[in-house]
Design a protein around this ligand. Structure first.
Ligand code: GTP
Ligand code: SPV
Ligand code: MN
Length: 596
């Protein structure tokens, strides 16, 4: 494969000089080349070929035991000034960051092949797509990138002579935790990642580019890169309305994106179509509406909990051409994880490769084990998912994991208040990032780990986007919480497919078809307006879900919210100078309403 772009060639040459690879291989995107790489990775044990009858073209991989999730403490935004990275990001001066990783990565590919992956985020050649070049010494990374993005010769052809591409450099090095760094250089369109082999740290098109770098580009260029799923709801008349939703990592985006409506709705002809499950690039279209595009081509989904009942569509995605990471490998060459079914395998190896039995008292699959599946496998993939212009949004939904405080759903008063609602999101931490799990932290717009610039400027950008078009063209903004618990820790809301009942209310609000109660935090549904027909859910033994439970999860409890206000103020104070006045005023106004 020949590359005629001198900037790309220069980047590759400079990288080779630093890394000293044994040889260089360009990824052309052909099936023949990918197949040869799979063969090679199987022969070295990097991946295992699964049962080709039951799981055609599927493979299995284990990461190092110390390398199973994103490492937020070792992720840095290397902008010219600390102020540009802001108080919520780790910052390192670019010169220092380059020098440090030059030293760590120097000569690190001496015994390895260096792969050069030209990739496109978004449909190749669309004016809204963006190109990256990822350099890596991992075949696992190449194979994952070939599922998650569009790769190869066609991408270079679309790039032409342009210098507008992101330079991504990844080297596994020694997988040394102490030398693991995930560095974004937004002002240079560059990324460096070393000493990791885990998804979010090394598939540079995903969080590093499509969120951290792209959020910065969007700020400069007048669009938005968000940690959001995109779905379409088709009604019995055949009309489809689109919703984007931002939930923190492992808080239900994949599940909501692939939701199957309850039986009663299906009988009437309602259907949900998946456009994306993790990232949305949002632009204002010629008609003044907000259009969302999924820049990815696959799903890097959480395995545990995925089953025939919770998410049959996700499971269907993984039946072909999928890579499974850190799940349980069964003797018949298939895979298992907690929550797949009630028949855990015996006498197998766990995700670490140690002998394991289900009664060992430990988990067989890592809680952040994942599948990498092509989007085209999805039975409910939207016919619009590759529309280069994206899909028009009726609603934007924020949500997190909150045992208390946040009600099942509420609507913001207007765009500005909606930005406030997104900015005060909080959620319990999950296994998607290393560190403690279950600790409530503020995670505005689910972007805390992914915003490539100052969070205060990011909030201002959201406010500004709302001023670029007519108020009636703006998506309506909502907040949801599927995770309210009773005092014994049972989920009070059935969740999953039944979340469709909430989506229906949201779309009715967008169409002005249903009334709501005004509260201190925004508009909350009247319990009677959430359709409970056919809902059959047992919260705990002897306690079936009923309208009283719905009323309780729709209640706005002032004491919890007043407590929350303290933490919101602290968080805003941490952001400091860059914090928009409008949002500071929103806190005051909410406090007044809560005390009234
Ligand atoms: P990332 O890929 O990390 O960005 O995560 P995601 O937001 O796509 O998360 P995903 O949909 O994979 O959800 C992961 C976890 O949330 C799993 O443990 C699910 O079982 C759980 N979950 C998803 N939806 C619901 C719901 O409606 N109710 C409850 N109780 N749990 C849910
Ligand atoms: C997340 O953690 O939000 C993910 C998985 O979607 S990763 O690609 O590892 O970031
Ligand atoms: Mn994610």
């Amino acid at each position: 494969m020949e590359c005629t772009n001198s900037r790309v060639n220069q980047f590759v040459a400079e990288s080779a000089e630093l890394l000293q690879p044994k040889n260089i291989v360009w990824i052309d995107g052909s099936e023949a080349q990918l197949e040869a790489l799979r063969e090679e990775a199987v022969s070295t044990g990097e991946i295992v070929r699964l049962n080709q009858e039951k799981l055609p073209n599927c493979y299995y991989h284990r990461t190092a035991v110390n390398d199973v999730a994103r490492v937020e403490a070792r992720t840095f935004i290397c902008s010219g000034t600390k102020e540009n990275a802001g108080a919520t990001n780790n910052w390192m001066a670019p010169a220092e960051a380059y020098a440090m990783t030059d030293e760590i990565m120097a000569g690190s590919m001496q015994d390895h092949t260096m792969y050069v992956i030209p990739f496109s985020m978004g449909v190749v050649g669309s004016p809204f797509s963006k190109v990256g070049i990822e350099i890596t010494d991992s075949i696992y990374v190449v194979l994952n990138m070939a599922i998650m993005t569009r790769v190869g010769e066609k991408v270079l052809a679309a790039l032409g002579d342009s210098d507008d591409f992101v330079r991504g450099l990844h080297s596994k090095c020694e997988l040394d935790e102490e030398k693991r760094y995930i560095l974004q250089f937004p002002e240079d369109n560059a990324i460096r990642s070393c000493n990791s082999g885990y998804g979010g740290n090394v598939l540079l098109g995903k969080k590093c580019f499509a969120l951290r770098i792209a959020s910065y580009q969007g700020w400069k260029e007048g669009w938005m890169a968000e940690h959001m799923l995109i779905l379409g709801v088709e009604n019995p008349q055949g009309e489809t309305k689109y919703i984007a939703a931002a939930f923190p990592s492992a808080c239900g985006k994949t599940n909501l994106a692939m939701l199957i409506p309850p039986e009663g709705y299906r009988a009437k002809g309602y259907k949900v179509w998946t456009v994306g499950d993790d990232i949305a690039w949002i632009r204002i279209g010629k008609d003044g509406r907000f259009y969302a595009q999924n820049p990815e081509a696959g799903f890097f989904g959480v395995a545990p909990g995925t089953n025939e009942k919770s998410n049959p569509n996700a499971l269907a995605c993984t039946r072909e051409g999928t890579i499974f990471t850190n799940v349980v490998l069964k003797k018949d060459g298939t895979v298992w994880w907690e929550g797949l079914d009630k028949n855990p395998p015996h006498g197998v190896e766990n995700w670490k490769g140690e002998p394991w039995n289900p009664d060992d008292g430990s988990k067989g699959a890592h809680p952040n084990s994942r599948f990498t599946a092509p989007a085209r496998n999805c039975p409910c993939i939207s016919p619009e998912w590759e529309n280069p212009n994206g899909v028009p949004l009726s609603a934007i939904v924020f949500g997190g994991r909150r045992a208390k405080t946040a009600p099942l759903v509420y609507q913001s008063r207007d765009w500005e208040h909606g930005v406030f609602v997104g900015s005060i999101m909080a959620s319990e931490t999950t296994a998607a990032a290393s560190g403690a799990v279950g600790v409530v932290r503020r995670d505005p717009m689910a972007m805390l780990p992914f915003c490539g610039y100052n969070m205060g400027d990011y909030f201002q950008h959201w406010l500004d986007m709302g001023k670029k078009t007519d108020a009636d063209k703006l998506p309506k903004i909502f907040n949801v919480n599927w995770f309210r618990l009773d005092d014994e820790g049972h989920f009070l809301w059935p969740g999953f497919g039944d979340n469709f009942r909430v989506l229906e209310w949201i779309l009715k609000r967008c169409a002005g078809e249903v009334d709501a109660q005004e509260t201190a935090i925004g508009y909350v549904p009247y319990a009677e307006d959430i359709n409970l027909e056919g809902l059959d859910y047992t919260i705990s033994e002897g306690h079936k879900f009923g309208i009283e439970d719905l009323k309780s999860i729709l209640t706005v409890e002032a004491p919890y919210w007043l407590e929350d206000i303290k933490s919101i103020r602290e968080f805003y104070a941490k952001i400091g100078e860059a914090m928009p006045k409008e949002l500071l005023a929103e806190v005051e106004a909410m406090e007044q309403r809560l005390k009234a």
